[in-house]
Ligand binder design. Structure first.
Ligand code: G1P
Length: 289
């Protein structure tokens, strides 16, 4: 059993759900308490054994590159002022993993973004993280997915049960077969009407994919979806006809930080888990309810 060491993080989207905050800064840099969402994603990947990460960015996302780079001037100032805890925090970020970047020139969907990263992963299976979803639990989402991948040797999609109202906001999978939380996918519906399916197994933006997923995306290059984009969801829907793919219900609490309410919930929960913040925050919250 070889290891999965490569990860693609998609961070090229406009972040329109967070305008005006994302007009001049990447949505992936919005902080949960004091740490940008994308740093949590890099840490998640690293916790699962990933050593090499490619982040797909676009124009205006340079702050992401600066965040993971050395920060010579800042480090010098922090050192001179003996702010050693802050210095360690800053230095840790640039040593997390080998991170490279590739730019998606035109926003043509997540499948198109993945194809820009393909040369970096070659034919190895790799972890794919979309820029929004955080999972807090005993094991990271990435670790759970990679373990499921090795038990099935086929692509694995992260899942969470969603409410009726959320069905049309997510990919939904149907399954007739499941074993220990791993579902064999029989149908993949992208953002369906809640009446179209009785399944409530929603897709979270975390996957382990194999090189044949890239092959399908490449084949689809000129057969784009209705909205003119190349989508990973379409490649999965097609792949089911040829070979099994699986979904894994994630253990832990999931936060969709790409959604305003999800972002606020993540901020409150992460702050309540911090010893330096929770007593005052809890006292404040109690005055509100
Ligand atoms: C994408 C996927 C969808 C998935 C969602 C998770 O949609 O296409 O299947 O449920 O991410 O966040 P997006 O939110 O990028 O439109």
């Amino acid at each position: 059993m070889s290891k999965i060491t490569k990860c693609i993080i998609l961070a090229a989207g406009y972040g329109t759900r967070f305008l005006p905050a994302t007009k001049a800064q990447p949505k992936e840099m919005l902080p949960i308490v004091d740490t940008p969402v994308i740093q949590y994603l890099v840490e998640e990947a690293v916790s699962a054994g990933i050593t090499d990460i490619v982040i797909v960015i676009s124009r205006g996302k340079e702050a992401i590159q600066d965040h993971f780079d050395n920060s010579f001037e800042l480090e010098k100032v922090l050192g001179e002022k003996w702010k050693l805890a802050e210095l360690a925090t800053v230095q840790k970020i640039s040593k997390l993993a080998n991170i490279s970047y590739v730019r998606q020139p035109i926003p043509r969907g997540d499948g198109d973004a993945l194809l820009y990263a393909r040369p970096f992963v070659g034919n190895e299976p790799c972890l794919v993280l979309f820029g929004d979803d955080l999972i807090v639990g005993e094991k990271s989402g990435a670790t759970q997915l990679i373990e499921a991948f090795w038990s099935k040797n086929a692509p694995v999609i992260a899942l969470e049960k969603v409410s009726d109202e959320k069905v049309s906001s997510y990919g939904i999978i149907e399954s007739q077969n499941s074993d220990k939380g791993i579902y064999e996918v029989s149908r993949f519906l992208e953002k369906p009407d809640p009446l179209e399916t009785s399944s409530r197994l929603g897709v979270i933006g975390k996957y382990v994919i194999t090189s044949d997923v890239f092959d399908l995306l490449q084949k689809n290059e000129w057969t784009v979806s209705k909205d003119g984009e190349i989508r990973l969801a379409d490649a999965f829907a097609q792949m089911i006809r040829e070979k099994p793919i699986y979904g894994l219900e994630m253990e832990g609490k999931r936060y969709d930080t790409g959604d305003k309410l999800g972002f606020l919930k993540a901020n409150i929960d992460f702050a309540l888990a911090r010893s330096d913040i929770w007593p005052d925050l809890l006292a404040f919250l109690k005055t509100k309810v």
